[in-house]
Design a protein. Structure first.
Length: 431
């Protein structure tokens, strides 16, 4: 096979440094910089093709002739090969090899045991399929749970938060009781000008934490959206940080709620969370300022998962934006490949038949295949939280109108520009 040596220019190097201030790949104010460039511009190959990656390592902006140790292994799985290479003029080409079936390979790099980096490339990922089964009574299960929840009328406590209001927008803190037992808190932002507006629900990322900076997404309200940013644990965001920390500790670890009740689909913690999202849509559609047509979902990671779930469960949703969705093909590790967050393979006794059966009723793959509204999905390849293997599986299952923004270099993050672009995408889908 002819090896193609990729030519890197200092112009490209400086552009990447400047554009990556907030990126894990290129740490802000770091003395060192990795640049890894696969010989396919889109980082994708066919099964059986060999992937080549040119590696550059710089210290203080200067290419270093150092020894790089590396490992190569499937996405989120142990290494299957390793080696060393001496950089010349700060560069070398590493052959990653290929895969015999669809998936991703991860090249994990290290210099002196302290400078680390990695890059993932895909092999026919459009052919990836879920391990997770599609339960025959899936639709009946969720229909019954939503009907039960709706027997309890929504009760909403609403308080205007003057510190978060502007000349153009108003902000309210809500407590929404949505079934017999559970409540959520949320911040509602909306234009101050009278009128009819589309509504957007934003579920949270993973963890037991307060709603982050309610003002950071105020551009939604400034652009004519009513936006509800919610939490899922029934914890008042005005609670002190110390109290949040105590509650988090009570779960033993931050995301321990993902294991709560997993032996039984009727007792799994996330059941009432999925119901909460649908009931939040019910609330938004009860607002007199709603335009009566447009209902949008927007979220990332766990929030991306909940956005896709709600787009499936609520026929009112007219478009959905999701970043690197979590809770996707969680049992994929049983197929000897990457599964989705929360990576139950890291815990003992999580793949019992009972738990795997429960997972199927809550796994995003089984909601994705049922979505009918337009979807805009974003994900990166270097993500080790919500790996590209599972994001592609979700993408492959969506049969509704769909668009994607694939950002290979991204780990578990999106840029402010990407986030703003998603708002513009929703704006273009207003009916």
């Amino acid at each position: 096979m002819k090896q193609t040596t990729l030519k890197l220019t200092w112009t490209l190097l400086f552009l990447i440094i400047g554009a990556a201030v907030q990126a894990e790949n290129y740490p802000y104010r770091s003395d060192y910089l990795w640049l890894t460039v696969p010989d396919h511009a889109d980082w994708l190959y066919k099964v059986g093709e060999k992937a080549m990656v040119e590696v550059t390592f710089c210290l203080y902006g200067m290419p270093q002739d150092v020894e790089v140790t590396y490992e190569i292994g499937p996405d989120m799985m142990p290494a299957t090969s390793s080696g060393k290479v001496k950089l010349k003029n700060g560069r070398a080409v590493i052959e990653m090899g290929t895969m015999k079936k669809p998936g991703f390979l991860d090249l994990r790099l290290n210099v002196e045991g302290k400078y680390e980096h990695h890059v993932k490339v895909g092999f026919s990922p459009e052919q990836l399929k879920p391990y997770t089964k599609n339960p025959q009574d899936f639709d009946a299960f969720w229909k019954a749970n939503l009907e039960e929840a709706r027997k309890t009328p929504l009760h909403v406590d609403c308080k205007k938060v003057e510190d978060y209001c502007t000349d153009e927008t108003d902000m309210y803190l809500l407590k929404i009781k949505y079934d017999r037992r559970h409540s959520i808190y949320a911040y509602l932002s909306k234009p101050r000008k009278e009128g009819k507006y589309p509504v957007v629900l934003c579920p949270p990322g993973a963890g037991i934490k307060t709603i982050k900076e309610p003002m950071r997404n105020l551009y939604y309200a400034k652009n004519g959206f009513i936006r509800l940013e919610m939490e899922i644990h029934g914890l008042n965001p005005e609670m002190a940080d110390e109290q949040f920390k105590e509650i988090t500790t009570a779960f033993d670890y931050e995301n321990g709620y993902m294991t709560s009740g997993l032996d039984d689909r009727d007792n799994f913690y996330m059941k009432h969370v999925y119901v909460a999202c649908v009931r939040a849509i019910d609330y938004l559609c009860s607002l007199p300022e709603w335009d009566g047509k447009n209902v949008f979902m927007q979220g990332g990671s766990q929030g991306g998962a909940l956005s896709l779930v709600t787009a499936c469960l609520s026929p009112r949703v007219t478009a959905c934006v999701a970043n690197h969705p979590a809770i996707s093909d969680m049992a994929g590790y049983l197929d000897n490949r990457a599964g989705g967050w929360p990576h139950f393979n890291r815990l003992s006794n999580m793949f019992t038949p009972e738990k795997v059966e429960t997972m199927a009723y809550f796994d995003v793959v089984n909601f994705a295949r049922r979505i009918t509204c337009p979807v805009y999905l974003t994900w990166g390849y270097n993500d080790n939280v919500c790996p590209p293997t599972t994001s592609f599986i979700v993408w492959n299952l969506i049969t509704a109108p769909k668009e994607s923004l694939i950002t290979p270099v991204n780990e578990h993050w999106t840029t402010s520009e990407t986030n703003y672009g998603q708002m513009l995408w929703l704006k273009n889908h207003i009916q």
